[in-house]
Design a protein around this ligand. Structure first.
Ligand code: 1HN
Length: 343
């Protein structure tokens, strides 16, 4: 039954409509057509100094095998359902030395960005992808994946998944592998050498809607950013910014998630920008201040921040800084929804 309606004299008519399993659109969609998008959720920062001890404590109380995935899900305080943003899930995952997070696959696509490592890997579709700090790894929809820490310290990374988006379609499902660790049938980091060296195999097609490269090592990203820095002036909004791309198409790594790496000079103030995408940032190197909407956050290494859709973003660095980010820009572009404004 509709309550607190705008047109009170129509309440009897509304009651009849409700009985007939209908609703008056003019009462339920106040903001059906607005001139600008409405941000969902709050700007927020999760500090590594706060989250790391919580993860370590969880690690002393529950094993990776028992938890299936030992993840602290980042909860956007401005949303009434789980998620870092309207369309995205993010979490911090930890695997302890010798532990395995068992093999499974699901329709939800995931990306990982490594924050702390002394050794370990994610196996994706028969291939081990090394996890060193700064490495970026994808586990696309329906690809088998398991994680192992073969170092002697905690292995901690940022997970990004398209869970809310896939959930909206009602298309969430998955299965466990019969063994904890899937069979390995390619050499380590095979996909980046095979597809990501400016060459592609002459025979055989990659027919999937995601990048055939699963692993984008930080070493190569740092080299690419340095090459930009050497030759180009920093962009006033983004500094030196690159997008992780699918070498087959030049498009984004996953159909549901886009990812970026950017470098900002020391003592640099970016101009303000806003887009329709929801964006999650992880601080790889450096220190500074982010102004997101009306919030100001000072950030340091391994902190994670969220900028909801259509929210102003501006950075001011203290030292030179490198930021990793992921967003829902990929599906927005596919659907023709993406817009941006650069002040
Ligand atoms: C998942 O499979 C992983 O494989 C991480 O590491 C986080 C959050 C929700 C559902 C599945 C992983 C996840 C997840």
């Amino acid at each position: 039954m509709l309550k607190d309606v705008k047109h009170k004299h129509l309440q009897p008519a509304y009651d009849e409509m409700f009985k007939a399993s209908t609703l008056p659109l003019w009462e339920i969609y106040d903001n059906l057509i607005t001139e600008v998008p409405t941000p969902a959720g709050d700007p927020f920062i999760w500090r590594y100094a706060t989250l790391r001890p919580l993860l370590v404590d969880a690690g002393s109380q529950i094993s990776a095998a028992e938890a299936e995935r030992r993840v602290l899900a980042l909860r956007n305080p401005g949303l009434d359902r789980p998620g870092v943003a309207q369309t995205l899930f993010a979490g911090l995952q930890m695997v302890l030395p010798g532990e395995v997070a068992p093999a499974h696959r699901h329709t939800q696509g995931a990306i990982r960005f490594v924050l702390e490592s002394t050794g370990g890997y994610t196996a994706v579709q028969g291939e081990r992808c090394q996890m060193r700090r700064g490495d970026f790894i994808t586990t696309p929809s329906w690809c088998w994946h398991d994680h192992k820490n073969d170092g002697d310290g905690p292995l901690i990374w940022l997970d990004g998944l398209d869970i809310p988006l896939v959930g909206f379609f009602g298309a969430r499902f998955g299965e466990q592998n019969e063994s904890d660790q899937q069979p390995i049938f390619r050499e380590d980091d095979n996909s980046i050498s095979r597809w990501g060296s400016g060459l592609k195999p002459l025979m055989g097609e990659h027919v999937h809607p995601y990048s055939p490269v699963y692993s984008y090592p930080y070493e190569r990203v740092a080299e690419a950013l340095n090459a930009m820095q050497t030759n180009d002036e920093p962009d006033p909004h983004h500094g030196w910014k690159m997008v992780y791309s699918n070498p087959m198409t030049g498009g984004h790594v996953l159909p549901t998630i886009a990812a970026f790496a950017q470098k900002l000079p020391a003592s640099f103030q970016t101009r303000t920008w806003r887009t329709t995408e929801s964006c999650v940032f992880a601080v790889v190197e450096g220190r500074g201040k982010a102004t997101i909407g009306d919030q100001v956050f000072s950030f340091e290494e391994n902190d994670v921040m969220v900028s909801p859709n259509w929210t102003d973003i501006q950075f001011e660095t203290e030292t030179e800084a490198v930021l990793f980010s992921f967003s829902d820009r990929a599906p927005q572009e596919l659907l023709g929804l993406f817009r941006e404004e650069l002040d």
